[in-house]
Design a protein around this ligand. Structure first.
Ligand SMILES: C[S@@+](CC[C@H](N)C(=O)[O-])C[C@H]1O[C@@H](n2cnc3c(N)ncnc32)[C@H](O)[C@@H]1O
Length: 424
C-alpha cells in the first residue's frame, strides 16, 4: 500500500506504509531504550589491528585480563567498561584503534541511516564546541560511495546536537578529536565511537622517520614474534629510524606506549573522566620496570639514520637503554650473551635495486653464520627471492603486512655450522 503525504502545495512524498513503520518504530523504541553512557557500564569494545598482528594483539588483550568473545582477521571484540577501554589505549602495543559500540541496527538505505543515527543522544556525548569526523566502511547495494554514508552520519549527528543545544559541532576529515566509525555490511549497520582518535601506531616519538620506516605497531608485533621479553640482548643492525629497538626498549621496561601520547579520542567525549584517566596513567607509570635490561644495540651504515634514531629514542624516553653505532651491519658490536638479532633490510619494493640487494642478503647469511653462533637471527623482508639469497634454512616463517606488502619474518637458529639451504 502506498500513502501520499501532502505537506505544502509544492511538496509531496510517497511512502510505503511498511517503509514508514520501519523508520518510525526504531525511532520511538531506540529513544526509550538507548542507555546513557555510564562509566561503570560494560559495553562492547572492538580493538582493531593491521593484518598479521592479531595473534600478538590477542595475547596482549588477554594479558590485560580480557577474554575475546569474537575475532576477525583484523581485530577482536569483548565487553569492558569505558575506563578499561582507556587503559587498553594506553597499554596495547599492536592495536590500531579501540572502538566502543554505540548502536547496531538494520539499515536499507541512506535515509534510514540518517534517521537511525539521529535517534542516538549524541548531545550527551559530544559538545557543540568539539570537532567531529566520521569514517565509514560500507559494503551494501544501496550506496556506492562510502563518503556519502559518512556524510549522512555526520549530518545526523550535527543536526541532533543542533536541535538539542542550538549549535552544531564542526566536522571534517581530521581524525584527532571525536571520531565515529560506521560499519555497514548489507543490511547491518554498526556505529562505534573511536576511543583512540588518531591510530595508536602514532605513538608520538617518531619525529624523524628516515627511510622506509616500519610502523610502530608492526615493529612491536615483530619484536613480540621473536619472543623478546627484555631478559636477553636485542640487536638491530640496519636500524633506520630505530623503530624496532625503541619498541623493544618499551617492551623490556614495561612502558605503556600510550604514555607518550597526549591526545586520544576519549578526551573529546562529554563523559570523559579526568581523575580516572590520571589514575590509569599513574598506575601505568608505577608499573614501569626500573631495572636496566640487557643491552639493546642499534646500528646503521647511514649516520643520518642513527641521528634520527637517537632523537626518536630520546623522545620515547629510552635513549639511555640503546647503544647506537654507525657501521656496516657486519661490524655491529654483539653483546657477550647470545641474544636476538633482527634485521630489516631494504627489499626492493620501495628502496634499492633488487640485484644489488641480493649481495647484501648473502652477506647477512654469512654474518649470521660466522659472527652470531648461539643467537637467534631474524630477517624481516617483503621479497622472497631476496630471502633465498641468505643461504640459511629458516626454522620458521611468520606472515606480516607492511602496508599492502606481504612480508615474512624469517627465523634462523644460529648454531655453529648452520646447514646451508636456499628454501626460503
Ligand atoms: C628498511 S630500512 C630499516 C627501517 C627500520 N626498520 C625503521 O623502522 O626505520 C633499512 C636500513 O638499512 C640501512 N642499511 C643499508 N645497507 C646497510 C649496510 N650495509 N649496513 C648497515 N646498514 C645498512 C639503511 O641505511 C636503512 O636505514
Amino acid at each position: 500500500m502506498i500513502v501520499r503525504v501532502q505537506c505544502l502545495p509544492y511538496c509531496e512524498f510517497k511512502f510505503k506504509v511498511s517503509r514508514l513503520l520501519a523508520i518510525l518504530f526504531p525511532l520511538m523504541t531506540t529513544a526509550i531504550m538507548f542507555p546513557r553512557m555510564k562509566r561503570n557500564q560494560k559495553r562492547t569494545i572492538r580493538v582493531t589491528c593491521e593484518s598479521g598482528l592479531l595473534p600478538y594483539l590477542t595475547d596482549e588483550v588477554e594479558a590485560l585480563g580480557h577474554t575475546p568473545d569474537s575475532t576477525r582477521p583484523t581485530g577482536l571484540e569483548f565487553v569492558c567498561t569505558p575506563d578499561e577501554a582507556m587503559r587498553l589505549n594506553l597499554h596495547l602495543h599492536t592495536a590500531q584503534n579501540v572502538l566502543m559500540l554505540l548502536e547496531n541496527f538494520s539499515c536499507d538505505d541512506p535515509e534510514e541511516l540518517y534517521a537511525k543515527t539521529k535517534v542516538i543522544p549524541w548531545e550527551e556525548m559530544i559538545s557543540p564546541e568539539e570537532y567531529l569526523s566520521v569514517v565509514s566502511s560500507v559494503n551494501t547495494p544501496t550506496i556506492r560511495d562510502w563518503r556519502f554514508a559518512s556524510l549522512k552520519v555526520k549530518d545526523a549527528i550535527v543536526d541532533r546536537v543542533m536541535d538539542a543545544k542550538g549549535k552544531r559541532p564542526n566536522a571534517g576529515p581530521q581524525r584527532e578529536h571525536f571520531v565515529v566509525h560506521l560499519y555497514w555490511h548489507k543490511k547491518n549497520a554498526s556505529l562505534f565511537f573511536n576511543m583512540s582518535g588518531r591510530k595508536l601506531a602514532d605513538r608520538g616519538y617518531r619525529k624523524i622517520p628516515h627511510k622506509a620506516p616500519m610502523r610502530e605497531t608492526l615493529a612491536a608485533g615483530v619484536v613480540m614474534a621473536t619472543g623478546y621479553d627484555g631478559t636477553q640482548p636485542f640487536v638491530n643492525p640496519m636500524c633506520g629510524s630505530g623503530t624496532l629497538a625503541i619498541e623493544a626498549a618499551l617492551i623490556a621496561t614495561g612502558r605503556a606506549p600510550g604514555l607518550l601520547r597526549t591526545n586520544f579520542g576519549f578526551l573529546h567525549q562529554n563523559f570523559f573522566d579526568t581523575s580516572a584517566w590520571e589514575q590509569i596513567r599513574r598506575d601505568a607509570n608505577a608499573q614501569k620496570n626500573k631495572a636496566t635490561p640487557p643491552p639493546i644495540v642499534a646500528t646503521d651504515i647511514d649516520d643520518n639514520a642513527i641521528w634520527a634514531a637517537k632523537k626518536n629514542a630520546q623522545t620515547a624516553g629510552v635513549e639511555h637503554l640503546i647503544q647506537f653505532g654507525v657501521c656496516d651491519f657486519v661490524d655491529t658490536p654483539l653483546p657477550d650473551a647470545p641474544g636476538i638479532i633482527v634485521i630489516n633490510p631494504e627489499y626492493g619494493e620501495r628502496l634499492g635495486e633488487v640485484q644489488k640487494l641480493a649481495e647484501t642478503y648473502g652477506r647477512i647469511g654469512d654474518f649470521f653464520k660466522q659472527k652470531c653462533p648461539g643467537c637467534t637471527g631474524y630477517i624481516f623482508t617483503g621479497n622472497r627471492e631476496l630471502a633465498k639469497k641468505v643461504g640459511l634454512r629458516a626454522s620458521r616463517r611468520m606472515e606480516f603486512f607492511n602496508a599492502k606488502i606481504e612480508c615474512r619474518l624469517l627465523k634462523y637458529e644460529l648454531y655453529k655450522g648452520s646447514r646451508e639451504k636456499t628454501d626460503n
